[in-house]
Structure formats: C-alpha cells, structure tokens
Design a protein around this ligand. Structure first.
Ligand code: ARG
Ligand code: ZN
Length: 865
C-alpha cells in the first residue's frame, strides 16, 4: 500500500529568479456571463498571439470550473489536456481565436475568490489569482488585454449589472432576464477584472477633471445603506483632486463605480473603474461609525482610487513586484490623509501600526524583504512588510531626493511605464535618472529583510565646543538571510541646548550608510540633547543613551511633534520594561511628563491624547528578551493606575474641557476632543475612582455618536462596574441588525484586558450572530483574541488551542482569511520555553491536518522554522 506521507507532492515554490516573459499574449478578450448563483456559464473568446519564436503550446490557468467546450478559430477541438488545473492547447500558427465555455457555482464559493455570492448579490475578486477560478486564462499580471464583457441575469434578482470601463448597451430578454455590455478601453491584467450583479441602490456624484472632463461617480450599496455613503463619496472627490494636485494624475474613464459588499477577504480592490469594497470601508454615519472608521474609509477610498495610476495604468510584471504598487500607493494614501487633518497624529498612527504589525513580522519566522524571492501562495504576501514597510521605503526615497526631484521622478516613471507591467527596479531607476542621485546602495532595502537597529550616542567636549554623534547600524539575521549589509538610513537630526532649550544644531538629514559613522558638530557651548529620527524618517529601531531627564525635556520642548511623542513613549517604555524585568519602578518622571502634556494648552488635543497613551502590551513585549505577558500587564496597569490617581483633577478637567459644544461634527478639532475624552475616561477608570462606572455609563447613554459610545463601552467592558453587562446588552439590542457594529461588539469583548476573556470568547463562538463564513466576523472575534497578548498567552495553552481549532475550521471554508490569522502562533520564539512548546505543538497539529490548504501549510510550516 502506498504511504500517504511519501506520496504527498512537495509544495510548488515560485521563484522571482525564474521569471520568463509570457509565451502568448492576449490583446483582446470577450466574456459572456450567463449569471446564476447555482450555475453560471462563461464563454470566453481570447485573441491570442504567439510571443517570440517558440513552439510551446498555449497554457491557460484554471481552477475548479467545469470545462464544457473548447474551439480554435471556430472549430471545436479535443486535443487539449488539463494539467494541474491548467488547460494546455497545442497551436500551430502565430495568432488564433480560442473559445472556451465553462460552468461554475458562485453560491458554493466560500473562499471569496473568483465569482461569488454575498448578501444575495454576485461579485468578483480576482487579485491575485482569482480570475483562473472564473475562466481559463494566462493568470499573470504581465498579460494585458482589452475586455469586452456581456452579462445576462434574472432582472428582478439582479437589476444592476456592472463591469469595468464604460457601459455600452443593455436590454431585456425573455424569461425575466436582462443583459448589459461593458467595454474597458484600457488594456489590463486579469486581476483587475470585475463584475457585480445585484439589487443595489446608488449614490451618484460627479467630478470635473483637470482637463475639464466630467466623470460620473457612483457608490452602490443595498438600499437601506444609501444614507451611509456620503462620507465615502466626499472622500473619493477629495482624493481625485488631490492626485491631480500632488502627482499630476488625472482619471481616465468617464465612469467610476464603487460597490460595497459584506463578505470580503480584505479591505478593498482597485478593479479598473469598478472598485469593490468591504462594506466596513464605505458605510458610515455618526451613529454607527467611529472617527477611526471615518478616517479609515477616506484612506481606503483614496488608496484604491490612487491605484488607478500606481497599479492599473502602470501594473506589476509579476507578483514579486507587489510592493511596487502597494508600498507606493500606501505612501500616497498616507500623505493624502496627513493633508486632511493633523499630519502629526497621522504619522503617529502610521508608525504605531508599523510597530504593531510589521516590526514583529520582520523579527519573526515569516520575515521577508519587500520584494520577496519565493512564495508557495502569493496571497500570503499581502503583508505589513509589502504594504507598510514598502511605504516607508518610498517615504525614505522622497526624503532623500526632496519633494521636487521625487515628483520629477514619479512623473518620469508614470510616463515611461504607462500601459506596461513594470518592476521595482523600473521605479527606482526612474527616480535615480530624474534626480541624478545614485541609489545603488539604497536598493538593498528591496532585497534585505529585518528591521535595522541603530545605536546613537552623543558626546560633548565642553571645552572645545565640539559634539560628536556616533552612529552604528546592524540588521539582525532573518530566515534565509544570515548576514546583512548596511542600508541607507536618512535620519532627521536636531540638537537642543539643555540650558536654554534653544537650537544648538538645526535640523538636517544625516544619511547613515556605513556600519558606523561619526558626525561632528562645532560651536556647541551648552550640553546638547539629541533629537533623532524626527518624523520617523527611517523605519529603524533607534537605541540611544539619553537619560530619563533628557527624554522628559524632549517630551516637553521638541518642536517636531513625532519626536516629542517618541520621547514620551521612550520614557514610558524604559520605565515599563525595567519594571517588567523586576526592577523598582519610579513613576514620577512619567507622571510629570503626562501632566505637562495634557496641561499644555498650545498642543492640539488629538496630539496630546495620543502622546499620553502608554505603549501597547505587545510593543513592551517586543523590547524584552523573553516576553512575560503577565508581568507586562501588571506593570502597565500599575502605571496606568498611578497616572490616573496622581492626576485625578487634571483628568477630570481634561474630560470636561473636551465636552463637545453643540452637536456632533466630523472635523479634526472635534475628533481631537473626542479622543481626549476617551483617553481621560480611561485614566479616570484606571485610577479606580468609585464613580467611574457611572461616568462611563452616562457617556454611553448620552452619546450622539459611535466614537463616544464605543469608548465608554470599552472602558466599561474592561472593568467590573455594575453597568458592564447592561451596557453590552443595550449595545447589542440597539445594533442587532447592523453587522459592522456587531463586529465591534464581538471585538470589544475579545480585546478586553480581563481574566475571563478566554471563557467569554469561547462562549461567544456559540452566539447566534457568530459565523466563520463572514471574514469580518471571524476577524472580529478570533483575530481580535489572537492579538490580546495576555488573554491569548495564558499559561495552560488554551488560547493557542482555541486559535488553532478555529483556523483549522476556517481553512475548510476560506483558506486566505484563515492563513492571515496564523502569526500570533509564530511568536513562539519570543516567549518562555513552556509557552513556546505549546505554540509549536499547535502549529505542528495544523501542518498535519489532511487536506490543509497551501495557504495555511505555507504559513504554519514557515512559522515552525
Ligand atoms: N490590491 C488590494 C489593495 O488595494 C488588495 C488585494 C488583496 N489581495 C489578496 N490576495 N490578499 O490593497
Ligand atoms: Zn492596494
């Protein structure tokens, strides 16, 4: 008998070095969809052209469809074979017309890749390799085609039929069906194909482009959600104008549609002229969406819109180049959001996100460069590294070149590669050529994984008035990359005088490119204090020998808001890490710095609120040789309590001063006030004040917006006030018909810093509103629990077992979403041996599951290395 283990095929690895151009091009494709949730028939007519001189057959990727017929130049053929899902067809000439007819069942598609059903509608998701689940086609981004799409469907069930490009014609059929035809004049790779059929209402708008063309905008949602689309529509118009002003990029079609769907594997998708969104990044009104949601909606709407140039007009040659479009587009959306409100707070949020998701990735078993070398499943590489570290790399290029040369470079890039599938190298070479800056060494960022560590120490010789900054960099080894070479780090630096608080050396950018570098400052007559990596100019970990007093000084005086925030964070971190390591902790310096910050009336409230928040438990853990979740929780709560108690009257004053005057408004100022109220309420509760439950519940009941209501609920859920359960029930009943708000209800419980969180989460699994088949809901409970450092890491391993059980179950439905939730288990090397062994045991259990998806197999097996 055959041994199952040895008969298992080795997972197929795709390597960047193996890239070869396509054998066949497909300049034109016509698609005919006979839509039906149970059985959709698709006829595809491909005009194929042999590329170069070769005699290789045509190879069309496919997955899961039933092939009904194949014809070549109008004649049915049967000399084809199916190999690993792909259709291999021998062809004699240099150009042919291939027609295939296939059948698929959208309603049985639980992976949410390809054509699937969501909330009674039909929609598609093709990036990265979903198009092959619809029809046979060379599913790779360097095959660009003009699409002609015809759809027919039941008119009552699917009155709206949308696809990429412009609507051309439509009409009725017999049997209650109707049809519509759309053409997209811009050649595109198949991952940008989309169609939607459904019962949808539209919020229409219009935008006049810089050359005076009118674009018809539409946001399509279910009729009852129509009132919640105004913010997204406003954001879209603002983004269109911003891209014209800042990058000179004009929209190119006459129509731009966005559709919101409830079942979606990630945030949104930039399909040409027909973006499809997770409804959480479209729907908002004050009663159901927080300020954070409003900001995220604007950012994602802008992101997907910006892809029309950075992604669609210029696309990627292969998936190893993913950061070419994603890193650049995240950088673009970050700058857009910074321009809409407080740039300082936006930068703090971006860096916080980078440290929460990307730094751990770079330090763990799944570390990879922003341009990876190999993958088993490309879906696993839509990571914080590709997106967010990728954006930091682009930001460094903008810093090094300066705004003007950077823009000249992006103009050259868009101009030269318009209509093509480009590489990261094409982008860097464009910036290099346009600016005349040698970027040879800078390119190392594309190939080297890991977060660089920079040590900075400032020496002062009082007599000579000389100061010397000694910098050194080192990038720790990552899987497959044992030794690293120095990278180019643009470090914004400034020196302050300790006595006068004046400027001793004005801000400038130091390019740290050697392993070690010394920078000399002359005429420094008073003791200098170092402000470094201002604005987080380089994505590195900076270690300095600055004292608590110097950090407090910068926390009070630095004129770079990010550096000011950073100094306070470092002061808090030093205190917490020392305490978690068992050292006597003096909270006085942190308390004084917090008091100074909330008392500084010149500071924007949004900034002050962010700056007085303690670092997260996981970020504190990242600073420790061995993460001790219980100790971290204990010392952090103790510091929170002391800050709350020592500053009781300050917090009450800050809370009262942040009362909204008049009703709800969405503006940077109003957001800042709500943020300060939330933070003050949290500290008042942390102080143990007897009336904090009443205060939170009063806010919960009086709130005229979700930000205030949810922050009050979060505070109540964390504690043991009598109002805790009533508030959860009121919230549930009020929003039981709103899936996006119910997600918050699940998450707030899964993230609670409480002893019983594990039990609560296991209980919530059985709740009538819980389902693994909706990705938002699965992430709201299981994903949120996985990042609750203390609850997830309880010593008996029950948190690990819970996550593994759920991911094994989810994998049978939706491998992509399951695989995304693996990373908490991959942190085994960061914890004590007992926890580490329990985590590894779960990963080993996952790897052995019969029929495990390749998504999960790759993530779980790499996590064990
Ligand atoms: N390109 C989309 C974006 O704007 C995301 C697509 C994600 N695809 C995936 N297979 N994870 O970021
Ligand atoms: Zn993107």
């Amino acid at each position: 008998m055959l041994d199952i283990q040895t008969s298992l095929a080795q997972p197929h690895v795709t390597r960047r070095a193996d890239y070869t151009p396509p054998d066949w091009q497909v300049p034109d494709i016509a698609l005919n969809f006979d839509l039906d949730p149970a059985a959709t028939r698709i006829t595809a007519t491909l005009h194929v052209q042999r590329s170069g001189v070769h005699d290789r057959p045509l190879r069309l990727d496919g997955a899961g469809q039933t092939l009904l017929s194949v014809s070549v130049d109008g004649t049915p053929v049967n000399d084809w074979v199916i190999e690993g899902g792909a259709l291999i067809l021998p062809l004699s000439g240099s150009a042919h017309v291939i027609e295939t007819t296939v059948e698929i069942a959208p309603e049985r598609n639980t992976q949410l890749m390809g054509l699937y059903a969501s909330g009674g509608n039909l929609c598609t998701q093709c990036e990265a390799e979903g198009f092959r689940r619809i029809t046979f086609f060379p599913d790779r981004p360097d095959v660009l085609s003009r699409y002609q799409v015809r759809m027919s469907a039941d008119k009552q069930r699917y009155p709206v039929l949308l696809a990429n490009g412009d609507p051309i014609a439509s009409g009725d059929l017999d049997d209650g069906r109707h049809w519509a035809e759309w053409h997209d004049p811009f050649p595109k790779p198949c991952y940008l194909f989309a169609l939607v059929a459904g019962d949808l209402a539209v919020n229409r708008g219009s935008f006049i482009t810089m050359s005076g063309r009118e674009v018809a905008l539409g946001i399509w949602v279910r009729a009852t959600d129509l009132e919640r689309t105004h913010h997204a529509l406003d954001a879209l118009k603002t983004a269109m104008a911003w891209d014209e002003r800042v990058y000179g990029r004009e929209y190119d079609l006459d129509v731009f549609n966005i559709v919101a769907v409830d079942d979606f594997n990630f945030g949104a998708m930039e399909n040409k002229g027909l973006n499809v969104f997770n409804s959480r990044y479209i729907l908002a009104d004050p009663d159901t969406a927080t300020d954070y949601d409003y900001d995220a909606i604007a950012a994602v709407v802008a992101h997907e819109y910006f892809h029309n140039w950075s992604g669609n007009r210029v696309t990627c040659r292969d998936w190893f180049q993913l950061s070419l479009k994603e890193g650049f587009t995240v950088y673009r959306d970050q700058c857009f959001s910074a321009d809409q409100g407080s740039a300082a707070v936006k930068r703090i949020e971006d860096v916080r996100g980078l440290r929460a998701a990307q730094f751990p990735e770079d330090a763990g078993p799944l570390a990879h460069p922003i341009r990876p070398d190999a993958y088993q499943e490309i879906s696993n590489f839509y990571t914080a590294t590709i997106y967010n570290k990728g954006a930091e790399i682009i930001r460094m290029l903008a810093t090094i070149l300066g705004a003007t040369a950077f823009r000249t470079g992006t103009d050259l890039y868009f101009d030269r590669f318009d209509g093509t599938a480009a590489t990261c190298e094409d982008f860097v070479a464009s910036l290099e050529e346009a600016s005349g800056t040698d970027l040879t060494q800078f390119r190392r960022w594309y190939g080297q994984a890991g977060t660089p560590r920079v040590t900075a120490s400032l020496l002062h010789h009082e007599g000579s008035g000389r100061a010397e900054l000694v910098l050194a960099q080192r990038t720790p080894p990552t899987p497959g990359q044992d030794s690293k070479t120095p990278v180019v780090l643009p470090l914004r630096v400034k020196l302050f005088g300790a006595q006068t608080a004046g400027t001793v050396a004005p801000e400038h950018v130091i390019l740290l490119s050697d392993a070690e570098q010394r920078i000399v400052f002359e005429g420094v007559t008073e003791r200098p204090i170092l402000s470094i990596n201002r604005g987080f100019s380089a994505p590195a970990i900076i270690e300095t020998d600055r004292s608590a007093a110097d950090l407090a000084f910068l926390g009070a005086h630095d004129d770079d808001p990010f550096a000011r925030y950073e100094a306070l964070q470092q002061l808090m971190l030093d205190t917490l890490v020392a305490a978690a390591g068992g050292n006597q902790a003096d909270h006085a310096a942190v308390i004084a710095a917090v008091a100074g910050t909330i008392g500084d009336a010149k500071l924007d409230r949004a900034f002050a609120a962010e700056a007085v928040l303690l670092p997260s438990e996981s970020f504190i853990g990242d600073q420790m040789a061995v993460v001790d979740p219980e100790a971290i929780f204990r010392v952090r709560e103790a510091l929170r309590r002391d800050i709350g108690r020592a500053l009781t009257s300050e917090w009450c004053a800050a809370y009262d001063a942040a009362q909204a005057i008049g009703g709800y408004v969405y503006s940077p100022e109003a957001k800042g006030l709500r943020r300060m109220r939330a933070v003050a309420l949290g500290y008042i509760a942390a102080s143990g004040a007897a009336d904090s439950g009443d205060l939170a519940f009063a806010q919960f009941e009086a709130a005229d917006n979700m930000t205030d209501r949810l922050s009050a609920l979060t505070t109540l859920v964390a504690g043991d006030a009598a109002q805790r359960t009533p508030a959860l029930d009121i919230f549930y009943n009020r929003y039981s018909d709103n899936a996006l708000v119910l997600d918050k209800w699940f998450s707030v419980q899964a993230m609670a810093p409480r002893d019983d969180t594990g039990d609560v989460v296991r209980e919530l699994l059985r709740h009538q509103d819980f389902t693994l088949s909706n990705p938002n809901r699965a992430r709201a409970l299981i994903g949120a629990f996985g990042v609750n450092q203390r609850a997830f890491n309880v010593t008996d391993g029950s948190g690990y077992r819970f996550l593994a059980d759920q991911l094994i179950a989810l994998d049978t439905l939706n491998p992509q979403t399951a695989a995304k939730l693996i990373p908490p288990l991959g942190r085994w090397g960061r914890f004590d041996a007992a926890r580490g062994a329990l985590m590894r045991a779960e990963l080993e259990r996952i790897v052995k599951v019969p029929g495990l998806s390749k998504d999960m197999f790759e993530q779980a097996s790499r996590s064990l290395e």
